[in-house]
Write a new protein. Sequence first.
Length: 405
Amino acid sequence: MKKIRISLLGKVALAIGLGIAFGQFMPGSIARIFVTFNSLFGEFLKFVIPLIICGLVVPAISDLGKGAGKLLALTAVIAYGSTLFSGFFTCLSGLVVLPQIIVPNTELFVMQNPEEMMLQPYFTVVMPPVMDVMAALLLAFVLGIGLTLISGTTLQKAFAEFRDIIVRLIESIIIPLLPVHIFGLFLNMTLSGQVATILLMFLKVILFIFVLHILLLLIQFTIAGIVGRKNPFTLLKNMMPAYATALGTQSSAATIPVTLQQTLKNGVHEAIAVFVVPLCATIHLAGSTMKIVACAMAIMLMVGMPVSIMDFSGFICMLGITMVAAPGVPGGAIMAAVGVLESMLGFDETLQALMIALYIAMDSFGTACNVTGDGAIAVVINRISEKKAGKNISPVPKPLSDRPI
């Protein structure tokens, strides 16, 4: 018999449903077992977040630097610009729309002080991180940039292997345990009478993000159409198979063959397409950035935290860099971003768990937005290369195929 495989989204949806259902009748003494697990898992996340940042960001920056070539630098700049645009577009839209649809609930202020209402764990184990999040970010930037300036490869190989360890940790431990963590969170919130407000907020934010990501794709392909002198709607239509594939796989890496095929249909030179598409699958995460910014704003408004463009400006810029290092596993982007949420927006364990659950609920749409936008970037890079080379495309750098995407 075939083994039934359930996607991460399916597991999270099941965890939320079971948490709400069991919260209707489960005794508090048993529920506290799951609350204790959440406490331990939260402490473990605190410990590994600096390691995740160093393990992913250092080799990501050094790989980009050593990839060399003006084309790579140009692609990276455009991808980062697209990610920044997505973040600020979402932030400005959220400042206008979200306060109208999400009303702060006084009962949810206890998320900042959970001992006032929510069940408490039987015991806690403090797992102090080796460094704080900001120190990890600074260290990662220093080491990553430093590795691009030296000729040796020993440290480069060491961090590549460390990255493999971190990716395995995310894939084999953190992601499989997330549904249990989310189950315990919604079980606790159901017992404390908060779950109805949370679910209503989820539905509103999912609808808001869905509309925004359609608008973002239209903007991206309008720009690509203008630069590439092509019909933007034809370009977008040709990328729909890649969009549909990403919805099903929830993976930019798994969608690369389809993305590449449809990019060629848009008239992109093969030499450009085979370089830009795999690279952008790693460094272009405009859809993921949109989800994280929108979800963070919604949760902050819900619990009564102040939201301002100044606070989110630095957060979006830092998030754009962190997203470059996000591994290509479902939920990997949000795990890479948790440290920035904690250090720059003040998200505690409960808010981080809500953030993860809400993000994963939209994971497939974010991935679809990412890979479809890769096609727009390829059209722009293709046009720039044609203008510079008189349509004689010069050799391009080898794709960074040894990186997790």
